[in-house]
Design a binder for this molecule. Structure first.
Ligand code: IVH
Length: 686
C-alpha cells in the first residue's frame, strides 16, 4: 500500500514538474517570437509542446493555472463585459497639429517648474485602443479598456490571446502589484490580410486598423480574437510602489520583465530635439509596420509629473503632436473589378499616379458597391486620396467634373452586373455586402485563387510549388483540378515556363523534384486542413477544424442537414448553407471521390479520436471552473460522445456546473439520469 501511494506521489510530482517545464519553454518561445522578434522554435515544435501541456492540464486539473500558455488560444465567451473601476483614472492627452503649440506647452512646463533645460521623452503615438493591464505577484490579473476613463470594460479573456502580452513576468524584480498601460494595435500586414479575407467572405471590411483593433477587443468569442494577430505596445507604468524615478528607466525595467515596450522613444533636451523627432517621424512613419497618428512628448523626471499634476482630462507633463493625414488629388482613369478565389468581386479605382506619404500611388480599393455609392463616384471625377496613419491609401472624396455631365446629369458609375472574367451574372446573398460570380468551377481567377489557396501553408502546404508556378501549371494546362496535381510527374513539369513583363520563369529539375515530393507529402495532411483546402466559401481554418471534429468525416458532413450544421457551435445559417450546397454539387463530390482515391484524408485519424465516451449523450449545463462550456462540449465529441440540448430518458449524463437551473436537476433526478460534475467528467475521459 505504502509503495503504491509513493509511486502515485512520484508520478504526480513528475507530472507537475513536466507541466512547469513545458510552461517555461512555451513562455520563453512566445517571448522570443512576439516580443523580441527572434524565433527560437519552429511552429511544429511549439504546437507539439502546447498540445502536450494542454493534455496534461486536462488530465491533471489540479495544476490548472490561468496564466498558462494554453490560456492564449481563447475559448472563454464574454457575454457582457464586466464594468471595472480603474485604480487610477485613465486620462487622455492634450493634442495639437501645431508646432507652435508644442513650443508653448514646453515653455509652460519650464515656467511652472522653474527649470530651463528639461529632459523630454519623445515617443510614437500608437493608433489603436488604449488598454490598462493589472499585474499582481507577476501575473496578469485584469485587462480593461479606457471606457469613460473612470470605468472600462473587463476584456481580460480577449487580451490574453495577444501573444506579446506576458501572462507571467520574467524574473522576480517587479513590484508586488502595478498597472501598465499601452495600446492594442492591428499591425498593417495582419490587418490587410484580415480585411482581404473579410471582403472575400462578403463581409464589410473595417475602415481602419484602429476600428478593427477596438472591434476585436469587444468580440464575445475570445477564440476569434486569438485569430486576429493583434499586438500591443506598452508606454506607461503606474503604481504606488515603483522604484524607478524616470519614465525611461520604468520603460527599461518593464522591458526586462517581458513587456513589449515603446521602442522608438528618444530622450531629448529642449524644444529643438522635440522638433527633430517630429520632423523625422512625420515622413518615416509610413515605413513602420503599424499605424501612428502622431508623437507623444513626456517629461522624463517622474518628480515633475507629481509637481505639475493634471487637469480633469489630461496630464500637464505630457502632450501629443498629431500628424495631418497626407492628401493628394488625382483624376480617375477607370474602375476595374477583381475577382477573388471565392468569386467576390472587388472594385478598384485606377487614377493618375500621385506622390503620397513617400510612395507613388495609382490605385485604391473601393471595397464594394455600397462604398462606391457612398462616395457617389462618377465618370471624370477628381479623387481626393488620403494616407493617414495606415499604409493603405483611401479615397475620401470625389469631386465631380460638372462640365463632363451630359444633359446636366452626372454619369454615376454603377457596379457591374456580370463577371468581368467569365461573363456570368453576378449574385448577392442576403445580408452580405458583396456581389460574387457564381460560376465557381469555370471562372479563371476563381480557379487560380482556389489552387493557390489549396497549396498554401495552412492548407495542403505544397509550399515549394508557390502561387506563381501554380499559375503557369494551370496556364500550360498541366493541371485541371486538385486531383490532377496528384498525378503530375517530374518530367511533365520540368521546363514549364511563362514569360511575364519582367522575366522568364521556368521549373528546373531540382524544383520539379521538390514540387512532386511536396505534393506527395501533402497526402499526410489531416482532414481538418483538407476540408479547409477545398476552399468552401466561409470555411476558414477555425470553422474547418470545428466541422472536422464535430462530424469526423466528409461523409457525415455531407449527410448533415442545414439545420444540423447550424446546430454546431459557431456555425451560422450562411456558413451552413454554403457547406450544404458545396457538398451537394455533383462536380465537387466527384472531385472529393477522386481525391479520396489517391489517399487524401477525408476523415479524422483514429488516433485523434478517443472513444471512451462511445456514443453516450450529455447535457452540459451551468458554468464550470476548469473548462468553458464549449471546451467541455468539444471534449465530449472528441471522446466519441454526443451533446444534446435537453434532458430526456435517452440522456446518459447531466454534466452539471454551477448556477445550473433547479429544473434540470429535478428532471434528471426524476428520470434517474446520473448527475456528474467537472471532476467526474475528467476522470471519465482520463
Ligand atoms: S501616454 C496620461 N503614450 O493616445 C497619459 N499615450 O490621446 C497616458 N497613445 O489615451 C497616455 N501612444 O491611448 C501615451 N506613446 C504613447 C501613446 C499614447 C498612443 C494614446 C493613448 C491615449 C491617447 C491620448
Amino acid at each position: 500500500m505504502q509503495t503504491e501511494n509513493n509511486s502515485v506521489n512520484m508520478d504526480i510530482t513528475l507530472v507537475e514538474s513536466r507541466i512547469k517545464t513545458l510552461r517555461e519553454q512555451l513562455e520563453k518561445s512566445n517571448y522570443e517570437y512576439y516580443v523580441l522578434d527572434q524565433p527560437s522554435m519552429t511552429d511544429i515544435e511549439f504546437d507539439t509542446l502546447l498540445k502536450e501541456l494542454d493534455s496534461l492540464e486536462k488530465k491533471y486539473p489540479q495544476f490548472a493555472d490561468s496564466s498558462s500558455p494554453t490560456q492564449r488560444v481563447g475559448g472563454e465567451i464574454n457575454k457582457d463585459f464586466k464594468q471595472v473601476a480603474h485604480r487610477y483614472p485613465m486620462l487622455s492627452l492634450s493634442n495639437t497639429y501645431s508646432r507652435e503649440e508644442i513650443t508653448e506647452f514646453v515653455n509652460r512646463a519650464q515656467q511652472s517648474l522653474g527649470v530651463n533645460n528639461l529632459e523630454w521623452v519623445c515617443e510614437l503615438k500608437y493608433d489603436g485602443l488604449a488598454i490598462s493591464l493589472l499585474y499582481e505577484k507577476g501575473k496578469l490579473v485584469r485587462a480593461a479598456t479606457r471606457g469613460n476613463g473612470v470605468t472600462g470594460d473587463d476584456v481580460t479573456a480577449n487580451i490574453k490571446t495577444i501573444k506579446s502580452i506576458p501572462l507571467r513576468l520574467i524574473g522576480d524584480n517587479y513590484p508586488e502589484d502595478f498597472e501598465i498601460r499601452g495600446e492594442v494595435i492591428f499591425p498593417h500586414e495582419a490587418f490587410e490580410e484580415f480585411n482581404r479575407k473579410r471582403i472575400e467572405n462578403g463581409e464589410e471590411p473595417f475602415a481602419n486598423e484602429r476600428n478593427a483593433a477596438s472591434g476585436s477587443l469587444k468580440l464575445q468569442d475570445s477564440k476569434q480574437v486569438a485569430q486576429r494577430k493583434l499586438d500591443c505596445y506598452l508606454y506607461y507604468l503606474i503604481g504606488d510602489n515603483l522604484k524607478e524615478n524616470t519614465h525611461t528607466s520604468r520603460l527599461e525595467s518593464a522591458k526586462k520583465w517581458g513587456f513589449k515596450v515603446e521602442k522608438y522613444y528618444s530622450v531629448v533636451q529642449g524644444i529643438d530635439g522635440i522638433m527633430e523627432f517630429i520632423n523625422y517621424w512625420e515622413t518615416k512613419r509610413f515605413d513602420l509596420p503599424f499605424a501612428t497618428d502622431g508623437i507623444v512628448i513626456k517629461l522624463n523626471n517622474i518628480n515633475y509629473w507629481n509637481q505639475l499634476g493634471a487637469t480633469a482630462k489630461s496630464p500637464r507633463w505630457a502632450t501629443a503632436f498629431k500628424f495631418k493625414a497626407e492628401q493628394a488629388q488625382s483624376k480617375l482613369k477607370s474602375v476595374e473589378y477583381q475577382v477573388g478565389r471565392t468569386g467576390i468581386v472587388t472594385p478598384v479605382a485606377n487614377f493618375e499616379p500621385v506622390w503620397l506619404g513617400g510612395t507613388w500611388v495609382k490605385r485604391a480599393t473601393l471595397n464594394n458597391e455600397q462604398w462606391m455609392q457612398n462616395l457617389n463616384l462618377c465618370e471624370g471625377d477628381t479623387l481626393v486620396i488620403e494616407k493617414g496613419g495606415e499604409i493603405i491609401p483611401k479615397i475620401v472624396e470625389c469631386q465631380h467634373d460638372e462640365g463632363l455631365s451630359k444633359d446636366g446629369k452626372l454619369e454615376r458609375i454603377n457596379f457591374i452586373d456580370t463577371c468581368p472574367q467569365c461573363g456570368a451574372k453576378l449574385v448577392k446573398e442576403e445580408d452580405q455586402s458583396g456581389w460574387y460570380c457564381p460560376n465557381y468551377n469555370h471562372c479563371s481567377p476563381q480557379i487560380l485563387g482556389r489552387f493557390q489557396h489549396f497549396i498554401s501553408k495552412k492548407a495542403m502546404n505544397i509550399e515549394s510549388l508557390g502561387g506563381e508556378k501554380m499559375r503557369y501549371l494551370l496556364n500550360a494546362k498541366k493541371v485541371t483540378d486538385f486531383y490532377s496535381l496528384y498525378t503530375l510527374t517530374e518530367w511533365q513539369i520540368v521546363g514549364v515556363y511563362e514569360t511575364n513583363d519582367r522575366h522568364k520563369v521556368s521549373i528546373q529539375d531540382k524544383g520539379a523534384y521538390n514540387i512532386i515530393t511536396a505534393i506527395e507529402k501533402s497526402k499526410e495532411v489531416p482532414f481538418e486542413r483538407v476540408l479547409y483546402a477545398l476552399g468552401i466559401r466561409y470555411i476558414g481554418e477555425v470553422t474547418a477544424k470545428t466541422l472536422a471534429r464535430h462530424f469526423s468525416s466528409i461523409d457525415n458532413l455531407r449527410n448533415a442537414s442545414i439545420e444540423e450544421l447550424q446546430n454546431v457551435q459557431d456555425i451560422g445559417l450562411t456558413t451552413a448553407k454554403s457547406v450544404f450546397e458545396y457538398l451537394h454539387n455533383e462536380e465537387n463530390l466527384l472531385q472529393i471521390e477522386k481525391l479520396k482515391s489517391i489517399g487524401l484524408k477525408f476523415e479524422v485519424d483514429s488516433q485523434e479520436i478517443n472513444n471512451v465516451l462511445d456514443g453516450k449523450s450529455f447535457v452540459v449545463s451551468g458554468t464550470f471552473s476548469k473548462f468553458s462550456r464549449d471546451e467541455l462540449k468539444r471534449t465530449i465529441e472528441m471522446n466519441g460522445g454526443k451533446n444534446v440540448s435537453s434532458i430526456s430518458s435517452k440522456t446518459d449524463y447531466l454534466l452539471a456546473g454551477e448556477k445550473m437551473g433547479p429544473e434540470k436537476r429535478k428532471k434528471a433526478e426524476s428520470l434517474g439520469i446520473p448527475i456528474i460534475n467537472e471532476d467526474d467528467f475528467i476522470s471519465m475521459i482520463s
